[in-house]
Design a protein around this ligand. Structure first.
Ligand SMILES: [Fe+2]
Length: 305
């Protein structure tokens, strides 16, 4: 087996993930098949069923994997300065929506997001906190992109962006955020696969005007998980075929980076410890983190009586 570019953890060695680490470090992205993560077709069916039910609850439209939404959908009236990356100024009617906070929907997602293979790869990408060597990876948000037929997609740019774009540069080798996208349908270019620019994660990479031409589709079987650091340029190809492209995304952050969802509050009373690895879930949510605190957290000396 080839060895990784940098040092790897005991978990990476135990799970024999060196080849995926190497691919992530060289290309800026790796694809791990379901035979390695252990997710079964029945488990993927359950995740799919929960998301389609939630889609109908949120939108009012029936939906199926084969046909996509079975009603005409329109964006809501725009108010104030609201902006959405899903919705270009001149974009045609919706061909995609984001279901947020999916970890709260069903235990299947809580189980999915403590998968040990993905945890080891995310830990490798994000690394330890500066002092003490504790693991720095935390969940930032959990989402599902529900995407159906439409020639426009993200337009000519393919929506290329790095996920950690809100953090100051220069970026180093340690990822500030990382993405694990679980494919609940097969990914092919014509089905609207993820697009990414190989090598764009490297420190010092400068995107040229022709960067879109460097974008490659990530094609993989259903149940695969695509893992990449927040520095990799990515977007998606438009979905030219009938039916749905469906995923479940766990988006991670370094402990020092602001989360997208404030999970220590939103998950506090929600079920979270009913999953395969409650200790890991506790750590990923950040329940025991010192920051941000809600009250005086340091000891107070008292006047001696
Ligand atoms: Fe992204």
């Amino acid at each position: 087996m080839q060895t990784a570019v940098t040092q790897v953890s005991d978990e990476i060695k135990r799970l024999e993930l060196e080849r995926y680490v190497l691919q992530m470090e060289v290309d800026g992205l790796t694809v791990v098949p379901p035979s390695v993560t252990g997710v079964t077709p029945e488990f993927l069916d359950r995740c799919t069923e929960v998301l389609l039910t939630e889609f109908t609850r949120m939108t009012g439209a029936p939906i199926s994997l084969e046909n996509g939404p079975e009603a005409e959908l329109v964006w809501p009236e725009r108010t104030g300065k609201s902006r959405s990356f899903l919705r270009d100024e001149d974009a045609p009617p919706p061909t995609q929506m984001l279901i947020q906070q999916i970890m709260q929907l069903d235990r299947c997602f809580r189980d999915l997001f403590v998968n040990p293979v993905v945890d080891a790869l995310i830990d490798h990408a994000i690394g330890p906190v500066p002092f003490g060597g504790a693991k720095a990876r935390r969940l930032s948000s959990t989402n599902s992109f529900v995407k159906w037929q439409g020639e426009y997609g993200y337009g000519e740019s393919l929506g290329l962006h790095p996920d950690q774009g809100a953090t100051p540069r220069p970026w180093g080798a340690q990822a500030l955020t990382a993405n694990a996208t679980w494919c609940l349908t097969e990914y092919t270019k014509s089905d609207g696969a993820l697009a990414y620019v190989p090598g764009s994660h490297r420190p010092g990479f400068v995107a040229s005007a022709k960067v879109v031409q460097q974008a490659r589709p990530v094609e993989c079987e259903r149940g695969s998980v695509i893992v990449w650091p927040g520095s990799t340029l990515h977007g998606a190809f438009p979905k030219l075929t009938k039916g749905l492209r469906l995923n479940a995304v766990a988006y991670y952050r370094h402990q020092s980076v602001l989360p997208q969802e404030n999970m220590t509050i939103t998950m506090k009373d929600a079920p979270w410890d009913d999953c395969e690895n409650a200790d890991l879930m506790r750590e990923l949510i950040g329940f025991d983190d010192v920051f941000p605190y809600l009250k005086q957290s340091q000891e107070v000396p008292r006047a001696k009586a």
